[in-house]
Ligand binder design. Structure first.
Ligand SMILES: Nc1ncnc2c1ncn2[C@@H]1O[C@H](COP(=O)(O)OP(=O)(O)O)[C@@H](O)[C@H]1O
Ligand SMILES: [Mg+2]
Length: 237
């Protein structure tokens, strides 16, 4: 005979979490940042986190913002000067007004247009859709914490730790398999843009983080722990 009093109550329904959240945060979103060096696994980790949270409570419907979708379009430069100016690893690679606007709107409980204005993605993909409102934003990128206004809008700043040797191997492997580059192209870009910038900004950003997560190997325990912490925060009365 099971004593009813000892049975754990069912987890709150998705709607209930959303409503409780709305009451405590004025319907705005909690923003969780995932930062780290190139190929530390930010995209992989962020996707796993969204998947885990969705499995725990489908009602949360987190918005995943990827900083790589906010690279600037360089249209302010003459066409023949764009290739030389292009970077992915200095802070000026990012269309910051657009990323700040997206975070600001979602944080305030509003929807936002995607892709953002002034981004390379908007240039290539002109159909605009609306994302949000949402109770939770996961934002991932390699120079996220460099921008003070963006950093100030992130409630929980995580950093993925992985040494540079492992990251270089992962990066070359990814470039030459899924991204279709030759090893020569991969190395040329690495030496020109990644090496002189990435490590410099990465080290500084590590010190801005609230939470450092080992990610030199798959770390599903950390994904679970962070998902639990996020859910607890969302449901906090
Ligand atoms: N924890 C991990 N252990 C081993 N390989 C990983 C791990 N996380 C990611 N990878 C692999 O490393 C490569 C880069 O991962 P990705 O998530 O694209 O990195 P980032 O977004 O930080 O540049 C991918 O091929 C991915 O499968
Ligand atoms: Mg990535």
């Amino acid at each position: 005979m099971i004593d009813e009093g000892l049975v754990a109550p069912a987890p709150p329904a998705a709607r209930e979490v959303h409503e409780r959240w709305s009451r405590t945060r004025g319907s705005g979103a909690l923003v969780v940042g995932i930062c780290g060096g190139t190929s530390s696994g930010k995209t992989t980790f962020a996707r796993a986190l969204v998947e885990r949270l969705t499995a725990m409570d489908p009602g949360i419907a987190p918005v995943l913002l990827r900083q790589d979708e906010y690279f600037q379009d360089y249209l302010h430069l003459p066409e023949d000067g764009r290739a030389a100016a292009r970077t992915a690893n200095r802070p000026d690679a990012i269309a910051w007004p657009s990323l700040r606007d997206a975070l600001g709107c979602l944080r305030a409980g509003q929807a936002v247009a995607f892709p953002g204005r002034g981004t390379g993605l908007a240039q290539r993909q002109p159909e605009v859709r609306t994302i949000g409102p949402t109770p939770l934003v996961i934002v991932e990128g390699h120079v996220l914490y460099v921008d003070a206004p963006v950093q100030a809008m992130i409630d929980l700043k995580a950093f993925l730790e992985c040494d540079v040797e492992e990251r270089v191997v992962r990066r070359i492997r990814r470039d030459t398999t899924t991204s279709g580059r030759t090893i020569e192209q991969s190395l040329e870009w690495y030496v020109r843009d990644v090496q002189p910038n990435n490590q410099h900004y990465v080290e500084w950003q590590r010190r801005q983080a609230d939470l450092v997560i080992p990610h030199d190997r798959p770390n599903p325990v950390a994904t679970d722990m962070l998902a639990d912490a996020i859910l607890a925060r969302l449901a906090r009365p």
